[in-house]
Design a protein around this ligand. Structure first.
Ligand code: GDP
Length: 436
């Protein structure tokens, strides 16, 4: 997602580097290039027009800055305008003062509503809520079962109509679902509704009826980012037919150009709350316009990386490790623990991809070989606790035993142990320099 746009914008802005001052002609040429890049990314025309007009006006009127050179100023302006188009501030979920908070999901069939219901429920649980899922998609065969499956995976109960009485009434199910939540003290209710393959009056009427019956605190319009310009027309139809308070973009992991993400906020006037980027329940996050903008501009997504790191690293343990690094006492046991923690954050290539400048390192990232890390892990696991604590004791015969036990060659074990000593020395020196 956004790869092409990101590449294009980065190279347009790179052309400005080294220029002492920007002429009007430079700015016009840059804006023309940005315009093409946005149109190619499938961003809706009115959004592109507004964007370019703002950038041009601000770039031409840019005050002389002490801190930034002209190229940096344009990057800053483009970044700020991107953040604006994506919605500005991060919009949090509105929770009702009197629980339960009712969240209704609406969107076309296949947009990813049912999957999203599970993701949202899992996320809400992680935030300390006690959600209930309500199955009101009685149209699509299996939708109820699918919701029950994701609910189970998310560890969240599902309220569903009794089977065997023909197709039930979704409005009634929604109403009873909310009653059940109140009764069983669930503080959030997520209602999955039926979609159709295309925008259709009957679907809109049903969604509007559910809305009137349960008066949701949030109606989230779920839209597949891969459908490009159609996302905008669909969003307009839902806005007029049902109304919604926020947008959830799904399938951001797909190979799409990203125009939907950049258009939908501006066209509908409603903010994007969440983004979904994969089929697994954890492939889901709060949508942060500023982070998305820096990702598009190839400035990386350091904030997301830091947050992910905060989730898997234990602060106290990290401090202890840092102290050991400083004094050159790091053991292979510590090393293994750190490595496992990093790997819990996801594939290494994905992590590196969030770093600034990662756009240009794509080829190198594709080379990162997780199997090599698996081997390192296997070697350390093949050592006894004493050997991990005090790698100096790993002599030739121990190396042979470790190699046999972990299915690698002796030279691989040698390599790891030697590199560990080198790294430990280097880290201790660096820590000294930074005063750790
Ligand atoms: P619904 O008809 O709106 O309830 O859509 P579903 O939840 O059944 O999703 C339709 C298909 O899209 C399923 O195969 C999901 O696994 C898939 N899907 C949902 N969200 C994502 C996502 O963020 N990324 C990818 N790659 N697939 C997704």
């Amino acid at each position: 997602m956004f790869d092409t746009l990101s590449d294009r914008l980065t190279s347009v802005l790179k052309n400005l580097r080294g220029k002492g001052r920007l002429s009007e002609a430079d700015i016009d040429a840059t804006c023309r290039e940005i315009r093409i890049a946005l149109l190619e990314a499938d961003v809706a025309l009115p959004v592109v027009r507004g964007f370019i007009a703002h950038v041009k006006e601000r770039a031409k009127g840019a005050e002389v800055s002490q801190a930034l050179n002209p190229a940096q100023q344009v990057v800053k302006i483009v970044n700020e305008e991107l953040v604006g188009v994506l919605g500005g501030e991060t919009r949090r979920l509105n929770l009702a003062k009197n629980p339960p908070t009712v969240i209704m999901l609406a969107g076309l069939q296949g947009a990813g509503k049912t999957t999203l219901a599970g993701k949202l429920a899992r996320w809400l649980r992680g935030q300390g809520h006690t959600p209930l899922l309500v199955a009101c998609d009685l149209q699509r065969p299996n939708a109820v079962t699918q919701l029950e499956v994701v609910g189970e995976r998310a560890g969240v109960p599902v309220f569903a109509p009794e089977r065997g009485n023909g197709v039930g009434d979704p409005v009634e199910v929604a109403r009873r679902g909310v009653e059940q939540a109140r009764h069983a003290q669930h503080d959030v209710v997520v209602i999955d509704t039926a979609g159709r393959l295309g925008v259709d009056q009957e679907m809109m009427r049903q969604a509007a009826d559910i809305r009137d019956a349960v008066r949701p605190d949030e109606t989230l319009f779920v839209v597949d980012a891969m459908i490009g310009q159609d996302a905008v027309t669909t969003a307009e139809a839902f806005r007029d037919g049902v109304g919604f308070t926020g947008v959830v973009l799904t399938k951001l992991d797909g190979d799409a150009r990203g125009g939907a993400a950049l258009s939908v906020r501006q066209v509908t006037g409603q903010p994007i709350l969440f983004a979904s980027n994969g089929e697994k329940l954890e492939d889901f996050d709060v949508f942060h316009p500023d982070r998305m903008a820096s990702r598009i501009l190839g400035m990386g997504d350091v904030l997301t990386l830091i947050e992910q790191a905060e989730q898997v690293f234990d602060a106290r343990q990290a401090e202890q490790t840092a102290a050991k690094i400083g004094s050159g006492e790091l053991t292979l046991e510590d090393f293994l623990e750190q490595m496992l923690a990093v790997r819990r954050m996801g594939p290494i290539a994905n992590l590196l991809g969030m770093l600034p400048g990662a756009g240009q390192m794509k080829d190198a990232l594709a080379q990162v070989d997780e199997r090599h890390l698996d081997r390192v892990q296997a070697i350390i696991r093949g050592m006894t606790p004493a050997e991990r604590q005090d790698p100096k004791m790993i002599n030739a015969s121990r190396r042979q035993r470790i190699a046999r036990g972990s299915g690698v060659t002796v030279s691989e074990v040698n390599d790891l142990v030697n590199r560990f000593f080198d790294a430990r020395k280097m880290m201790a020196q660096m820590a000294g320099r930074f005063g750790l």
